[in-house]
Design a protein around this ligand. Structure first.
Ligand SMILES: [Zn+2]
Length: 219
């Protein structure tokens, strides 16, 4: 955050003589790097989102296995859903809270996402006879009106202009998912029992493992 400083010329000259800069070169470089990291993260989220939806049929075929496998269920999927509301802006798919004074950031995991897609509000019938899943929504928390878009994993059809649900029906499952993640982490902090360390897995790695398995099953 930048702070506007009202400074007279005399004070400015004095400060320059003393070589006291408001923002040092090191800070400028640090801020520029932070900006670049944010841009790369944004590009990465876009790429991962496309990859996830391009492989949604594969993911849905292995739904039960993903939910049972912690390293798959814990894959970060905060970029998948996009939601926003009038007056309140984007619906965050991440949450930061403090546990024992330390900031902990949680995000919508692939396991949570599959749970959200399991709720009636996030499913629509596609003209091909299969189920399509909501991936973006917008609306008003005041009137409850909403409009959403879905994608069918089977025929890849994009369905726009879904207006049959209330805005809250989309927001609640997201908040519930983040809420139960937070409760689990808080409990681990208070009990001191953090459980088994889960091996980290990326969306890319999971997709290639699932594809390989299907290929081997075909042989
Ligand atoms: Zn379809």
């Amino acid at each position: 955050m930048s702070v506007k400083i009202q400074e007279g010329f005399a004070l400015f000259s004095k400060r320059m003589d003393a070589k006291v800069y408001i923002e040092s070169d090191d800070e400028v470089i640090d801020n520029m790097e932070s900006q670049r990291i944010l841009e790369i993260k944004k590009e990465r989220d876009e790429r991962k989102r496309k990859l996830l939806f391009d492989n949604l049929d594969l993911i849905m075929r292995h739904r039960d296995e993903i939910l049972k496998t912690p390293r798959y269920a814990r894959v970060d999927a905060h970029y998948a859903l996009r939601g926003g509301g009038a007056y309140i802006g984007p619906i965050s798919m991440q949450r930061t809270f403090y546990a024992a004074g330390f900031p902990v950031t949680l995000h919508i995991t692939l396991g949570s996402l599959l749970g959200i897609w399991g709720t009636a509000a996030y499913k629509v019938d596609c003209s091909c006879g299969n189920t399509a899943y909501i991936r973006s929504f917008g609306g008003s928390p005041l009137s409850g009106m909403s409009v959403a878009g879905a994608i069918c994993p089977h025929c890849k059809n994009e369905i726009h202009g879904i207006r049959s649900r209330s805005f809250g029906e989309y927001v609640r499952p997201v908040q519930n998912a983040l809420g139960s993640e937070e409760a689990a982490v808080s409990q681990a902090f208070t009990s001191g029992v953090s459980g088994k360390v889960c091996e980290r897995c990326s969306l890319e790695k999971m997709i290639s493992e699932l594809k390989m398995r299907e290929f081997q099953d075909m042989q």
